[in-house]
Design a protein around this ligand. Structure first.
Ligand code: HEM
Length: 567
């Protein structure tokens, strides 16, 4: 059974215990010396609301957000105690009625969805040009609230992907009618101008029966490309994982509260909370293994057909290097490169990694050229990126922007190239959630504003200090994350790796390209055999642009490395 932390976890009189231990294990803190800039004395900085903010304010509000541990589910971070990283209320379903061109865009989405739905084998590369002609340029004027901005992003991002991929080969220019409002809305939300996890999971659901509230058997996906049960199930899989967010976040928050005390009672409570977190992670794993085996969700109703997912649904998600028309300050075009949506953008999994201390940052390059990793793979030599504590900070972006004022917008949004996929993915999260992860991370590292102020010990440090009390519970949680990643790898194998090896339907737009590649590969293999060389290992790329098999293995290896029992 999952232990839910009681609220409040401790009487107010015990907020600052005499024996509180700091990172350096030295002077304990007493209430009398609690510095005014200590994390417990600070409030989170609320991002400016669209109606009261200037572009400059919006650009740097995340930098100003400083931590507060009073709740890890703070409204200021757009994180809810009832719905986690999903909005607490049903997302706005349509912008009909707000005027300023949005109605026509909703009409266009409905029309193109209807057309795609009728094409057997999927509409990628096969839609008419008709619907594109009448797209109006919508104005952001009526979008005064976060829910309206979210719907605008979802709507524009879906229309953009329809626009780009409904011809074959795909388009490379996003027309100004879509590009200009998409970039403007994206800037307001701290998102890139492309379809993201938020657009496909967090913000596209409705309640079947509004009186029953948000739960797995009462939620439906509303906006898709193919209108198929498989596509809805694909997004529901992630959404069902997100539904575990509130319980996980509450347990994380209660654990951090107890970490502050670190006495015998606190350690025993933390061990119990960790046990509950492990059970919740196991539930995520069960969802994934259900999807791999063919059925998951309430009453095992959901099913994603692997071939349909790979050949008909997934191609709609592809990002690319696109020209965004008219988005520059003087109306000039800009070339930007963005990846498509991936559940790697889920703040929930990132939060779990941060909380547990699973470190995804690149390790120092080895002396030899591309030495073998633990899994026996060759790894590219890479510079050691910034240490773990800066995974979610944009400091390199800020430095790059200062050094190169002409740098393209995309470069301002993108993490530096030596950052890990996980760090890059944080740039595809809504700005509030990125700020939340920065907040979570900053609890364990000194604030630049108060470098000598004490910081909260990380869970990992605490478990290392108290192996008898916490070691087993900590390792169990890490082992649960490892099983989660094992299960996720099987999912990626069934839905991507195996499908990429299979032939697409002969009447699909993918077939000629697939066949041409197959013939070219066969010729290469023949030439290789003739030269007496070994067969080359095939690399399959994820929507986030990774060599997915070795990337996912590396994520799992990083998880295993966190086990204390291994040290
Ligand atoms: C059919 C379902 C799924 C498939 C085919 C799939 C596939 C992939 C692939 C190929 C990647 C590599 C990154 C990329 O290039 O996109 C990835 C990463 C990732 N996915 Fe999934 N995924 C699925 C469902 C999920 C779900 C439900 C979650 C949980 C919310 C999830 C969480 C992640 C995370 C956190 C990463 C980053 C790597 C890691 O932390 O291990 N995925 N996924």
């Amino acid at each position: 059974m999952v232990t839910t932390p009681s609220s409040p976890p401790r009487p107010a009189t015990r907020r600052v215990p005499p024996g509180f231990v700091f990172e350096d294990d030295s002077a304990p803190l007493t209430p009398a010396v609690l510095p005014s800039n200590h994390f417990l004395a600070q409030r989170p900085v609320t991002p400016p609301r669209p109606e009261e903010s200037t572009a400059a304010q919006e650009a740097n509000w995340t930098d100003r957000a400083r931590p507060d541990t009073s709740s890890l589910a703070a409204a200021d971070f757009d994180v809810s105690v009832v719905s986690g990283f999903m909005p607490p209320e049903e997302p706005v379903q349509t912008l009909r009625g707000v005027g300023f061109g949005w109605e026509a865009l909703e009409d266009a989405l409905e029309a193109v969805q209807r057309e795609a739905e009728l094409i057997p084998g999927g509409g990628v590369g096969k839609l008419s040009e008709q619907w594109r002609a009448s797209l109006p340029r919508a104005s952001l004027e009526p979008l005064a609230t976060l829910p309206l901005l979210r719907r605008a992003h979802t709507l524009l991002a879906h229309l953009t992907h329809f626009y780009m991929h409904s011809t074959f080969p795909s388009q490379t220019t996003v027309p100004a009618t879509l590009a200009v409002p998409l970039v403007a809305v994206s800037d307001r939300l701290g998102l890139p101008p492309i379809l993201t996890y938020a657009d496909t999971v967090l913000w596209v659901w409705k309640l079947t029966n509004p009186s029953l509230g948000l739960r797995a058997d009462n939620v439906e996906i509303t906006t898709t490309f193919t209108s198929t049960a498989s596509e809805r199930a694909f997004f529901l899989l992630s959404l069902f994982c997100e539904l575990h967010g509130p319980s996980i976040l509450r347990l994380m928050s209660a654990t951090l509260d107890e970490a502050f005390f670190s006495d015998a009672t606190a350690l025993s409570r933390i061990a119990s909370y960790l046990g509950s977190i492990s059970l919740l992670i196991n539930e995520l794993t069960d969802l994934m293994s259900g999807a791999t085996k063919g059925a998951f969700g309430p009453a095992g109703r959901e099913r994603i057909v692997p071939e349909a997912f790979f050949w008909e649904i997934r191609p709609w998600f592809n990002g690319g290097r696109w020209t965004y028309e008219g988005v520059g300050p003087a109306g000039e075009d800009k070339v930007m490169e963005w990846g498509g949506p991936s559940a790697g953008q889920s703040s929930l999994v990132h939060a779990l990694d941060l909380f547990l201390g699973v470190d995804h940052m690149p390790r120092p390059a080895r002396p030899a050229h591309g030495a073998a990793s633990e899994s026996g793979e060759k790894q590219p030599a890479m510079n050691d990126g910034p240490a773990f504590p800066d995974t979610f900070r944009d400091r390199n972006d800020a430095a790059a922007a200062a050094a190169a004022p002409t740098v393209e917008k995309a470069a301002l949004h993108k993490a530096p190239s030596d950052a890990t996929f996980m760090a890059r993915m944080s740039h595809y999260m809504p700005g509030h959630h990125r700020a939340f992860l920065q907040h979570l991370e900053s609890l364990h590292s000194p604030s630049p504003a108060a470098p000598t102020a004490p910081v909260l010990p990380s869970l990992r440090k605490l478990a290392q200090r108290h192996p008898a009390e916490l070691g087993a519970a900590y390792d169990d949680a890490i082992a649960a994350m490892k099983r989660f990643r094992d299960s996720h790898m099987r999912l990626a194998t069934v839905f991507i790796v195996q499908q990429a090896r299979r032939e697409p339907a002969r009447d699909s737009v993918h077939w000629p390209e697939w066949e041409a590649k197959r013939v070219a590969k066969e010729r290469e293999e023949e030439a290789r055999r003739a030269r007496g060389e070994e067969r080359e290992k095939e690399k399959i790329v994820g929507t986030g642009g990774t060599d997915l098999v070795s990337f996912l293995k590396r994520c799992r290896d990083r998880t295993t490395e966190a086990l204390l029992g291994q040290q």
